[in-house]
Design a binder for this molecule. Sequence first.
Ligand code: GDP
Length: 395
Amino acid sequence: MIAYIILIVVVAVLLVGVGGSMLLRPRGMHGIRRGRARELDLSGSTPQAGDDTSSTGSGTATATATAPPAQRPVEPEAPPKPTLEKPPPSAGRMVRLRARLARSQSGFGVALLGLLSRDRLDDDTWDEIEEVLITADVGVTPARQITSDLRTKVKVEGTRTPEEVRAMLRSELLAQVETEATRALHTQRHEGHPAVLLMVGVNGTGKTTTCGKLARSLVGDGQTVVLGAADTFRAAAADQLQTWGERVGAQVIRSDKEQADPASVAFDAVSAGIEQEADVVLIDTAGRLHTKNDLMDELGKVKRVVEKRTAVDEVLLVLDATTGQNGLRQARVFAEVVDVTGIVLTKLDGTAKGGIVIAVQRELGVPVKLVGLGEGPDDLAPFDPVTFVDAILGD
Ligand code: GDP
């Protein structure tokens, strides 16, 4: 009996123990959960902080992401960046570009030096010398005269060292290239008005390009320029000129209408130049050579209309130096139509033979004032006879 009682007591004690431990366990787990929950809360707060950061970040990202839509409408209104170029002054350009000249002319000068240095200068050699000059576009009459002058000098001087031959040829070529007329361009304001320059020539010779290059060069020399896009027949000419003008801050006067009256564009350009007190107004014209009468009518009208406001200071004839005799024919027609005051020989860097300088000056009786020596924006130079002749001789 006692054993039963002891057994019951033991069982009861065990039951109480197990129950107590069962009651205690859930409390501990709950604590851990809360701890975990707290950790989760904390970890939840970390992301919150992170959220803040990331929200700041994403806010920024959003701002960035949303910025474009916000900025998008603004973008087109933003003013175009002023990217005005500062062109170099015109002085010394021909010397800088001399290598190009020498490249295109070398055949002519070197061939003459070779012939003149022969031991015996017989009739055949003199014929060859004349031929070289004619082939170099010097023209028949000047070629004969140069040959005859050289022949006389050789006779008089007798001996011919290579230096003497070179000096003799140099002085002869210089005499042919130099003119009494000034090569300086009239680009100074006078009587309170800008200087006005008309650019004339057959399309394709480089007229519009030369207008642009010249505007650059004048700006480089510190002058203010207005450009008149009076070549209204070639659709791209006005755009071309506008691009040139925008690069250096020269205003371009053009018509919105296709095939507008060139004279009215020229008039507007000169009026703008006068109003703005510009130094120079440069007018590009159309060079259609259908008939001489058309050309005369058109250029005559442009000139007359401009002269209602102010004098035309220069009429520059642009000739492509690579076209040789054809170029000379064009020069003749233009000279009959308008008073050309100066010649611009373009593409003298190409396959031009150089003798055209002598031929065209003689033909028109006006000096070559500018030469184009490449397609680059600053490849236009005031013509300098000494640099030219030295380049021909390969000095
Ligand atoms: P326009 O029709 O007379 O106005 O001729 P453009 O001005 O449009 O020029 C015709 C082409 O000649 C263009 O490709 C020019 O870049 C090129 N050109 C103009 N001047 C020169 C030059 O001095 N040297 C070379 N190599 N090309 C030139």
